[in-house]
Design a protein around this ligand. Structure first.
Ligand code: SAJ
Length: 411
């Protein structure tokens, strides 16, 4: 069968490439023309370990082609972003426009799969948006007929950035259709290329399951972040505390950090809060605790900087977590921006995974440089990301410095 993948980002591109190398004819669609051109040349516009090799293989086999427009296919996969907008409301603009854009190309018996993380009810909306464009098609919820029908399911992606290629095939998957025939058809498709267990449910449960997974992690990180602030107050080493507590057979605390970033864990819990504000108290509080942490780190740095006349601060790491180049919703970026805005001092930033500062950090008091140069030039060193490359930092360089290690990385 032919597959059309809409949205060629961190989820869509690996998925499209994987399917192409499995022998499917894949038509990839993205609104970013530059990304489309790069992919057609066998190149990648995002960094993920080994993705370049997979994309190259897929394109060279002739099975993966990209374009800015959808084409007819048997299976459509929607993997576009679902950010939030002001007031922490889910923004379904991309899902809606993806759904409407594929509508003209859908034929009877086709399957539409929503992989984007989505608020409860979105999969049903996808079916509705398509029906609005193509009233002659049907889903049996409305018409008890098998003719002219199309199928719609949610199969939330669960891959961890940095480990996408492995998790894409090995993770268990939840599949929930808008009706049982949709679920069954989707399960049959994923069985072709997924090694993990496939779990069947309905669309709404699948949607909430994905949001629940990320909220679970957010709540647990909030617990660790709260502990780190309690420990600062009581002058106790939080890393030692957590290590000790985790020796209990039923305790497994996550790690505190400078805050929670990325486009998933810091976003998805709000979809639950938005849908059930009265009930989702803990989930909302966890968001507040995690969002408080970057500002808390800034205050810590300010307090240390007071003793210097012209403080120079080295900020190590910008990405939202270790060993990736993704700066979206990164607490490290937020901290550097905040320090710059409050003129705390001269900032030297080291981020070995990028060769250019993001636009919002292009400021006179911020310089992107090497790790060693940043440390050598500084009075205060803030470790913001636990990148593997930072583990080889020469400890002698740090001897005379004030070190604020937000990740408990520098022993
Ligand atoms: N973090 C901590 N302490 C920890 C763990 C993480 O501060 O102990 C921070 C990270 O530094 C980062 C943020 O949390 O800023 C999120 O990182 P992450 O590694 O927990 O998660 P993501 O955003 O890279 O990927 C998550 C994953 N979800 C879960 O683990 C439940 C992934 O499986 C999802 O597919 C992904 O969200 C997604 O796309 O939804």
């Amino acid at each position: 069968s032919k597959i059309c993948v809409v949205g060629l980002g961190y989820i869509g591109l690996p998925t499209a490439s994987l399917l192409a190398t499995k022998g499917y004819n894949v038509h990839g669609v993205d609104v970013n023309e530059n990304a489309v051109n790069m992919i057609n040349n066998g190149q990648v516009h995002i960094y993920e370990p080994d993705l370049d090799i997979l994309v190259k293989a897929a394109v060279q086999s002739g099975k993966l082609k990209a374009s800015i427009k959808p084409e007819e296919a048997d299976i459509f996969i929607i993997s576009v972003p679902t950010p939030f907008k002001d007031g922490f409301k889910p923004d379904l603009t991309y899902v809606e426009s993806a759904s409407r854009s594929i509508a003209p190309y859908i034929k009877a018996d086709d399957l539409v799969i929503l992989e984007s993380t989505s608020p409860v009810g979105t999969t049903e909306k996808v079916a509705q948006w398509i029906l609005e464009e193509r009233p002659e098609l049907a889903v049996p919820v409305e018409m008890n007929s098998q003719c002219n029908r199309f199928y719609v399911s949610h199969c939330p992606e669960r891959v961890l950035p940095g480990h996408i290629l492995k998790e894409l095939v090995d993770n268990d998957r939840i599949i929930g259709g808008i009706d049982q025939p949709s679920t069954t058809k989707t399960v049959e498709f994923y069985r072709q290329f997924i090694n993990g267990t496939i779990l069947e449910t309905n669309a709404r449960t699948a949607e909430l399951a994905k949001l629940t997974e990320n909220s679970f992690r957010d709540v647990n990180i909030a617990f660790a972040n709260e502990l780190s602030m309690i420990c600062d107050h009581l002058d106790i080493n939080v890393w030692e505390l957590i290590r000790l507590a985790n020796h209990h057979p039923r305790v497994n605390i996550l790690q505190p950090g400078p805050g929670v970033g990325g486009h998933c864990i810091a976003v998805d819990p709000w979809f639950i809060v938005d849908a059930a504000p009265e009930q989702a108290k803990l989930i909302q509080t966890a968001r507040v605790v995690n969002d408080y942490k970057p500002g808390y780190i800034v205050e810590k740095v300010k307090a240390k900087a007071e003793r210097f006349k012209e403080p120079v601060i080295a900020c190590l790491g910008l990405s939202f977590k270790a060993n990736i180049d993704d700066l979206r919703e990164s607490p490290a970026v937020e901290i550097v921006e905040h320090l710059s805005r409050s003129n705390v001092g001269q900032l030297y930033v080291a981020e070995p995974h990028v060769n250019q500062l993001p636009e919002k950090l292009e400021k006179d008091n911020i310089t992107l440089t090497t790790t060693e140069n940043a440390i050598r030039s500084s009075d205060i060193v803030i470790l913001l990301v636990d990148h593997k490359v930072f583990s080889s930092i020469d400890r002698n360089l740090l001897k005379e410095k004030i070190v604020i290690d937000t990740r408990g990385f520098i022993k």
